[in-house]
Write a protein that binds this ligand. Structure first.
Ligand code: DGL
Length: 264
């Protein structure tokens, strides 16, 4: 088999990276994918940098063993803390995801943008570096989304508990004239309907999913690794915790998608 047919590997601390997987599947329907959900170790956002690096290495080695031709780190926390090290250690191409504060900075009219992300992402050097490149005129209101990843992993997405927590994070932003909200965690796009209920249409919600899919395509083209078949891609999922919520999130993309339980 030619390496063009090899799968794209995708990993996240849990099920949130499926918000990136679905963008990749839409843009590159002929690509095979393998998604690894390290749910047992979620949330990464509360761990030390070294722990995040170790888990990212463990996930990468699993995907390399499955013959992946490229790896998408579908986790802001893992990207901002570990991608530099992964790129140094392995020759395979990596695509990462970072909070979209640059696009938000171009869109804001009030010059005040909000970002909701994990502690690990907001405290990272890479995030600090990216933030320093946006115009000084723009104020960034940062908020750690404590507890959100855990609720999503439990399937508590559209519940009163979630709405209460999100309201406590978003109302102060509304009061401060934030007009663009950056979702800096791949779990959060699943919260968009609840966020809309809270903020109405006063705020633009920005996430990086589509941009990551486009970048994946660009790199595959550049490295001549695109899968040129006309068949629909084959998709495999691996998870090291209960698969119920993952099943619910991906079931609308095809009943045949296989979820493998993993002791990992
Ligand atoms: N989806 C991960 C991210 O994008 C969640 C991190 C976590 O597990 O805390 O940051």
């Amino acid at each position: 088999m030619k390496s063009n047919n090899f799968p794209i590997g995708i990993f996240d601390s849990g099920i949130g990276g499926t918000s990136i997987w679905r963008e990749i599947k839409t843009l590159l329907p002929n690509e095979n994918t393998i998604y690894l959900s390290d749910s047992r170790n979620a949330p990464y956002g509360e761990k030390s940098k070294q722990e995040i690096i170790n888990l990212s290495i463990k996930n990468t080695e699993f995907l390399i063993k499955q013959n992946c031709k490229l790896i998408v780190v579908a986790c802001n926390t893992a990207t901002t803390n570990a991608i530099k090290i992964l790129r140094k250690k392995y020759s395979i191409p990596f695509i990462g995801i970072e909070p979209a504060i640059k696009p938000a900075a171009l869109k804001t009219k009030t010059n005040i943008i909000g970002i909701l992300a994990t502690k690990g992402t907001l405290n990272s050097k890479l995030f600090e570096k990216t933030s320093s490149t946006i115009s000084r005129k723009i104020t960034v209101k940062e908020k750690i989304g404590t507890g959100l990843v855990e609720l999503i992993e439990n399937g508590d997405i559209d519940t009163s508990k979630m709405k209460e927590l999100l309201t406590s994070y978003l109302e102060p932003m509304l009061k401060k004239q934030v007009d663009c909200l950056v979702l800096g965690c791949t779990h959060y796009p699943y919260l968009i309907p609840v966020i809309r209920e809270i903020v109405g249409d006063k705020i633009q919600i920005i996430d990086s999913g589509e941009a990551v899919a486009r970048q994946t395509k660009t790199i595959l083209e550049k490295k001549q690794l695109l899968n040129n078949t006309s068949k629909d891609g084959n998709h495999q999922f691996y998870i090291n915790k209960d698969k119920k919520v993952l099943e619910m999130l991906i079931s609308k993309y095809g009943k045949k998608i296989k979820i493998n339980q993993l002791d990992f």
